[in-house]
Design a protein around this ligand. Structure first.
Ligand SMILES: Nc1ncnc2c1ncn2[C@@H]1O[C@H](COP(=O)(O)OP(=O)(O)OP(=O)(O)O)[C@@H](O)[C@H]1O
Length: 271
């Protein structure tokens, strides 16, 4: 079924809490708003946040004749979502599984969801390089239309972790579409002035050293934070903010790159 997907994007980060799920959901929502058919697969088995971010927590998936039917955001059925969160009876339930069970769940997510024809499948991953990553990378490394978007924040420790993620992609043979720096400065909701709280520019510098495309910066914007849990696209609700412009630009870059970023071949091997 993944053969029917035109482009697959793995959203990765070295550290937790850097905004990976926010980037995954806003990218999926932007693609939907701009007319594409999108799937969003949340493979964070221990902390699935996509059902909450898209206000789909009360939904559940069901088995159809062709596989699991994803949960759709609305009746248009242009954004389908799959997450372990839909299989748990309550948000407070914990998944306490050893590696082999996690591996088998991820394989089912990759093989048994009936996505139908998708323009884009976005895969939101847990932080780091865990069992879930290794399984997903093993299954997707030979899929030519798959590439990775790395999310970091400007702090040195997050940049160091994304450096490891670049090495991980190279070792597993996944091409890198580019790096996004999230929480790059704070936008005051009163005057829209941007203040660099954690500094900024680390993601761009790393992209230059690693010879990986830099896709843009997203500031800390409380209005974007408030969209979490509503399932609303920043490009529709806040069309003039920096975040919306970054996502629209990213969608433009993706549409120009029908298969992948081809950046893996030119990425710096000496990180
Ligand atoms: N640019 C931003 N402006 C304001 N708030 C943001 C921004 N990016 C993320 N947030 C907020 O930061 C919190 C963490 O974001 P998110 O859940 O996307 O991170 P994550 O990297 O996916 O975390 P985890 O490691 O738990 O999966 C959320 O409350 C989210 O709304």
């Amino acid at each position: 079924m993944l053969e029917d997907v035109k482009q697959i994007l793995l959203v990765l980060s070295g550290k937790g809490g850097v905004g990976k799920s926010t980037v995954s959901t806003q990218l999926a929502l932007t693609l939907k708003v701009r007319g594409y058919k999108v799937g969003l697969l949340d493979i964070d088995l221990c902390g699935p946040s996509v059902p909450y971010l898209l206000n789909l927590e009360s939904q559940s998936v069901h088995q159809g004749p062709d596989g699991w039917v994803p949960v759709y955001l609305d009746n248009e059925q242009r954004l389908g979502v799959m997450s372990i969160g839909f299989l748990l009876s309550s948000r407070n339930d914990a998944v306490v599984w050893r590696g082999p069970k996690k591996t088998s769940m991820i394989k089912q997510f990759l093989e048994d969801v009936y996505w139908q024809d998708l323009d884009y499948l976005i895969i939101d991953t847990p932080p780091g390089t865990s069992d879930e990553h290794i399984t997903v990378m093993e299954n997707l490394r030979h899929v030519p239309q798959c590439s990775a978007i790395l999310v970091t924040t400007p702090q040195a420790v997050a940049i160091e972790d994304v450096r490891k993620e670049i090495t991980f992609c190279k070792k597993t043979g996944i091409s890198i579409f580019g790096i996004i720096e999230n929480m790059s400065g704070y936008v005051c909701p009163e005057c829209s002035e941007c203040t660099n709280i954690f500094s900024s520019g680390g993601g761009k510098s790393l992209s230059e050293i690693a010879r990986v495309p830099f896709l843009g910066s997203i500031p800390i914007d409380p209005r974007v934070g408030m969209l979490a849990g509503q399932g609303k696209a920043a490009v529709s609700e806040l069309p003039n903010c920096t975040t919306s412009k970054m996502f629209d630009e990213l969608v433009r870059k993706l549409s120009k790159s029908p298969t992948n970023g081809n950046s893996e071949t030119s990425a710096n091997e000496d990180l």
